[in-house]
Design a protein around this ligand. Structure first.
Ligand code: XMP
Length: 335
């Protein structure tokens, strides 16, 4: 158990010694790891760091704005936000195979990032928020020679940029990264957020990804998350919590929770009219390692409230279902 201020000054010294007066680029995703890496590197070298934030159009509600507010406004970090949603949507049109979608998103991500990075001709380093479990996982994959789902954010970034790799979180576990983030001034809620997959809503919209679907899903998901944060949690013993303290609400009492868009229509009634609209599935799990997971026994009143709100507030969704599948045999994400 190390002392945080000491750890930070040591890490800062190490980064300064490593990069000297060189410029550094970092791909900011909005996730915890790249955010903490950015905050740490910025603490060390200030404006020598430029972050590139690729918005693929598959982020959660207000996520892009949140990232810009936090880094650009609050911390004074140089961030280039690239709105590449047209490009991503274009390449995803007509594609419904999950692995194909992941490949496309990964490939486009690299392409957009690379194109932006190439403009920063003075950069000599590429910083990444690789953490210890990523290092282990990638090594394991190589050996077994198989991936169950391809994760595009590990080891998937450009070799062709001719940059040296800067990975200041390489020795840290997730809980250490979170503590570091808080010590660096990142908001608690951001640092203790549930994990979000690199391909984003792309793997939570079943089949073909369309902007209309993403917009509906963003609204439904935001309602679910808001209600989980508002719902008090009272039982003390729940496995799989990494909030650094006993959970006070159902968001903290679950390891991951989100809405999934199902592109099937079902019939409903609303007022005097008949509706024929899409379905949203809610998924909430508790897990320690994300390799196995239990579905969360959310209170029925909470589920009822979320369902009512989604159906009333999100025009285009008229049915909400709850996923009661464990992993295995189901995975956490639906694709
Ligand atoms: P599954 O669905 O395989 O998910 O049970 C386990 C954990 O991994 C996350 N996940 C991903 N993360 N890129 C990512 O960065 C991906 O392609 C991806 N697929 C799944 C998932 O959110 C869960 O936390």
């Amino acid at each position: 158990d190390w002392n945080m201020p000491d750890y930070i000054s040591e890490a800062v010294e190490k980064i300064r010694a490593q990069v000297g007066s060189d410029e550094v680029i970092l791909g900011l995703s909005g996730g915890v790891d790249s955010s903490v890496a950015a905050a740490l590197i910025h603490r060390a070298i200030g404006d020598q760091l430029t972050c590139v934030f690729v918005d693929h159009g598959l982020l959660r509600k207000d996520e892009g704005k949140m990232v810009m507010d936090m880094f650009s406004k609050n911390l004074g970090v140089k961030v280039l936000r690239i709105d590449a949603s047209d490009q991503f949507m274009g390449h995803l049109a007509g594609v419904s195979d999950p692995e194909q979608k992941r490949k496309i998103i990964g490939r486009e991500f690299v392409e957009v990032f690379q194109a932006e990075s190439a403009k920063l001709t003075s950069a000599r380093w590429l910083a990444q928020g690789t953490i210890y479990p990523d290092v282990i996982e990638s090594a394991g994959k190589g050996k077994k020679g198989q991936t169950i789902k391809s994760h595009h954010n590990v080891g998937g970034l450009p070799d062709t940029l001719n940059l040296q790799l800067l990975e200041p979180l390489r020795e840290l576990f997730k809980d250490e990264v979170r503590k570091l983030g808080v010590a660096l001034g990142l908001p608690h809620d951001m640092v203790y957020r549930h994990p979000f997959p690199g391909p984003g809503l792309g793997v939570r919209i079943l089949g073909e990804v369309k902007r209309e679907y993403a917009d509906l899903l963003r609204e439904a998901d935001a309602i679910f998350i808001e209600e989980l944060r508002k719902a008090p949690f009272e039982t003390l013993h729940v496995p799989g919590i990494d909030a650094g303290k006993a959970p006070v609400n159902w968001y903290e009492a679950t390891s991951q929770a989100f809405a999934v868009f199902l592109p099937v229509k079902s019939v409903g009634v609303m007022g005097d009219g008949r509706t024929y609209d899409y379905v949203v599935a809610l998924r909430a799990v508790q897990t320690l390692d994300f390799m196995t997971a239990h579905w969360a026994h959310l209170p029925h009143e909470l589920l009822g409230k979320v369902s009512n709100r989604i159906i009333n507030e999100v025009r285009g969704i008229n049915r909400v279902v709850y996923d009661i599948s464990g992993k295995p045999p189901a995975t956490i994400e639906w694709e």
